[in-house]
Design a protein around this ligand. Structure first.
Ligand SMILES: NC(=O)C1=CN([C@@H]2O[C@H](COP(=O)(O)OP(=O)(O)OC[C@H]3O[C@@H](n4cnc5c(N)ncnc54)[C@H](O)[C@@H]3O)[C@@H](O)[C@H]2O)C=CC1
Ligand SMILES: O=C(O)[C@H]1O[C@H](OP(=O)(O)OP(=O)(O)OC[C@H]2O[C@@H](n3ccc(=O)[nH]c3=O)[C@H](O)[C@@H]2O)[C@H](O)[C@@H](O)[C@@H]1O
Length: 428
């Protein structure tokens, strides 16, 4: 069967925009990225990803300059069958989602499509509070378009990729969710994915928006639940990892996202759970469970400092090696990384921090310019009074002799990655 080749425009060439655009180009579509940051657009056109993501460089090299291009203006997007909005939805001061970028992008799309006779489907991929496509995107597009005709359709197609595994997640999704303003609009977006062997769920715009928030909130809840069980286990001398292993074999629970430790960081779980809390409150609901998910998460970084005190007492003037800065393994992203509150507290209490991360050093230097960064774990551990493991990098599990360079073997894991290898002094 011949597959359909579509013209696709992707608004925003950040994490999600770039992965979305590269993957659609890899699937054979003709893709144009509109990214207002000219430096990012230039890099993309040279085949250089502005972010680190496994497999992205390969896929970008195969497509950039062929069926993938980037630009910093909206001209030419009127040739697109689908326009995906992938701009950021960062938190405002009160935790609710800031929709400024969504509104601006929608207005620009409306202006750029003015006079076009082609049918376009404007599709929101950014994570937005339920009701946003209907109450923000559609009015902003239509106002700029100056038209009430049915030459445009609207969809909401949330993205479920994880950083560090983004390309595989995009190309092999558990499901594709498409909410739409009409059957016609949904069927166009469905065509973009027709080469993927994936379950497609079609629904309303609002339900699609809510599915995304609910998925992230549920995963975050699993993590906070595991942390609460972990905190109880610690009090009575039980290894929570053994407990969760036993629990996760129940197919109704499954073994994923049950790893206790420092809690969840990153650009999405904390922001999306907070935005859902704000949405609930705005609508007269007090979301006590979601609030607890955040509370537990906020407490976890402080707990590793407490364990450190029980092992070495006062930390003023002591050298603490920090292994791992990224919010998770396989990324250079430090947005809302749990290592930030931990390092902050170490510095507040007068410790000397020597840090190593396989990839995130440059990003962290912008937040903590004055701590010492090393290019390998062994150097960071040299003469250390204690070591804190803050990111689940698999390569940390291969460290052995490096720990002999410490002054004393006091190793505390905020992410379970070493304990299994029987190194002296490790506790969790
Ligand atoms: N990072 C992730 O792993 C995931 C993020 N999401 C959601 O996707 C959305 C985007 O997230 P990221 O890609 O991480 O954000 P990002 O901040 O990395 O990228 C957003 C990009 O949009 C550009 N931009 C802003 N306004 C623009 C405009 N008017 N026209 C053109 N470009 C514009 C910015 O310059 C930036 O490069 C958010 O809603 C996020 O919650 C969803 C799933 C995964
Ligand atoms: O909306 C988003 O942006 C994305 O958010 C998460 O993806 P991501 O933040 O990239 O990374 P995760 O692998 O989910 O990890 C998030 C945080 O939770 C922590 N975590 C994860 C799993 C676990 O068992 N325990 C735990 O503490 C990680 O260390 C990390 O800090 C979701 O997994 C994606 O499905 C979603 O698309």
């Amino acid at each position: 069967m011949e597959s359909t080749i579509l013209n696709i425009s992707v608004i925003g060439g950040g994490y999600v925009g770039l992965v979305t655009a590269s993957c659609f180009a890899y699937l054979g579509h003709t893709v144009r990225i509109v990214e207002i940051d000219t430096k990012k657009a230039e890099l993309i056109n040279k085949g250089i990803p502005p972010i680190y993501e496994e497999k992205l460089e390969d896929i970008l090299k195969q497509t950039s300059g062929k069926n993938l291009s980037a630009q910093s203006h909206y001209e030419g997007i009127d040739d697109a069958d689908i326009i995906f909005i992938c701009v950021g939805t960062p938190p405002q001061d009160d935790g609710s989602a800031d929709l400024t970028y969504i509104t601006r992008a929608s207005e620009s799309i409306g202006s750029a499509l003015k006079g076009s006779e082609k049918y376009h489907v404007i599709t929101v991929k950014s994570t937005v509070p339920p009701g946003t496509t209907e109450s923000v995107v559609i009015p902003a597009v239509m106002k700029s378009l100056g038209d009430t005709s049915d030459s445009v359709g609207f969809c909401m197609n949330p993205e479920f990729l994880r950083e560090g595994r983004a390309i595989d997640d995009f190309l092999h999704p558990d499901r594709i969710v498409i909410g739409g303003s009409s059957e016609k609009a949904i069927s166009v977006v469905q065509k973009a994915y027709e080469k993927l062997d994936a379950l497609v769920i079609t629904t309303s715009l609002k339900a699609a928006e809510m599915i995304k928030y609910t998925s992230n909130a549920f995963l975050a809840t699993k993590i906070s639940f595991s942390n609460e069980i972990g905190n109880i286990c610690k009090r009575i001398g039980i290894d929570v990892y053994e407990v969760m292993k036993g629990v996760g074999y129940d197919h109704r629970i499954n073994p994923y996202f049950l790893n206790a430790g420092l809690g969840f960081g990153g650009s999405c779980f904390p922001k999306d759970v907070m935005a859902l809390i704000k949405l609930a409150e705005k609508n007269g609901e007090n979301p006590i469970l979601l609030k607890s998910v955040i509370d537990v998460n906020e407490q976890q970084p402080g707990r590793i400092i407490q364990v450190l005190h029980t092992r070495i007492g006062d930390i003023r003037g002591k050298r603490i090696a920090v292994l791992g800065l990224a919010f998770k393994d396989n990324t250079d992203d430090v947005r809302d990384s749990r290592s930030i509150p931990v390092i902050d507290e170490l510095l507040t209490q007068g410790a000397i921090v020597s840090a190593f991360d396989p990839m995130a050093t440059e990003s962290m230097k912008k937040i903590f310019p004055d701590i010492t960064y090393h290019t390998n774990a062994g150097d960071a551990l040299e003469g250390a009074d204690a070591c804190l493991v803050l990111t689940e990098w698999p390569e940390f599990s291969k460290l052995t002799d490096e720990f002999n360079r410490m002054k004393s073997p006091v190793i505390i894991e905020g992410r379970r990655i070493l304990s299994c290898s029987g190194i002296e002094g490790v506790c969790w």
